[in-house]
Design a protein around this ligand. Sequence first.
Ligand SMILES: [Zn+2]
Length: 388
Amino acid sequence: MGEVDGNDAARLAGRLIACRSICPEDDGAQAVLQDRLVRAGFEVLSICREGIHSLLAVYGERGPLFAFSGHSDVVPPGNESSWSSPPFQPTIREGMLHGRGAVDMKGPLAASVVAAERFAQRYPAPELPFRVGFLIAGDEEVLANHGTKDLLAVLKERGDRVAYCVVTESTSQDVLGDMVKVGRRGSLVGKLTVRGLQGHSAYPHLARNPISLALQPLGELVNQAWGEGYEGFPETTLQVTNIQAGTGAANVIPGEMTAIFNFRFSPEFTAEALQQRVEARFRVHDWDWTIDWSCDAHPFMTPAGRLREIAAGAIRSETGLETRFSTTGGTSDARFIAPTGAEVIELGALSRMCHQVDEHVSVEDLNRLSTIYFEILERFLRHQEDGE
Ligand SMILES: [Zn+2]
């Protein structure tokens, strides 16, 4: 096991990096986390669904559940020989912890575990007016997302839910704590199929060209403005990402075409509203078309309120910074947690090195991030004690 020197968070991060946890492999990463959380007094439920290991941990006996959400899997390292040191051998060089997952997200995840250990050591469970939890998925980096979804289902079966959540994805831009994500756009995919009639390009009147039919409405949908904008979210956009048609011959009108398009949309819209608008545009034609829809992320936003204030205060006290709240970027497991009614923010280390060769994170930043997480818990405690 590749032990590294440095602070507690970096040491734990190093132990996690040493596990080659490329989903569905876990390589002991979940067991390392489980062991630490059990020792800190957490009740841990480890689940394995279709070979994917995930865990739910809870500390405390009553009150709302304040959870950290993370993932123990990492993306593949790519060509290992292009790394300065082996990706699954944690190494500290010039104050930086190197290894796959250092930033995304074994480093920040370790920082949150160490913060929770400190918190549990200081505050005995029976006296706490809220519960501290962890939802740690083993499959965030792949599409399946069994982990967080299944853990949320377990909570639901218990009649429980996450009330407040800090996702430890890396969100900082230039310095630690300068950005907190408070929402994300949704993602909606449509697959349009237009069926025409195959024929000779010299005799188009004997054929029905599905490409010619679809081009105009697709072009309009791509170029139109979607909505007025929503509370600082990037605008809602539609991009065509795939088009397929044609036999390969230049003189054959194809019988069918398919186009895949992807909406990234703000909470100004629901997926259903967008679907209806697109279908309305195609319905004016009497040709043979269908659209299959899939929405893999609904948009969310955590409004100004307690969790935002507490996080901003904790960041200010550790770094002196006024953090920015942002809704930019792709998706994270927050998309599953927010719809259950939780206030969700994302806060982690500098995101620049995510998924890169020679991924690394500042050891000092991990330490400070752990302090920020700890401070968030303490501030939340004071808030609960002051009464809602
Ligand atoms: Zn991640």
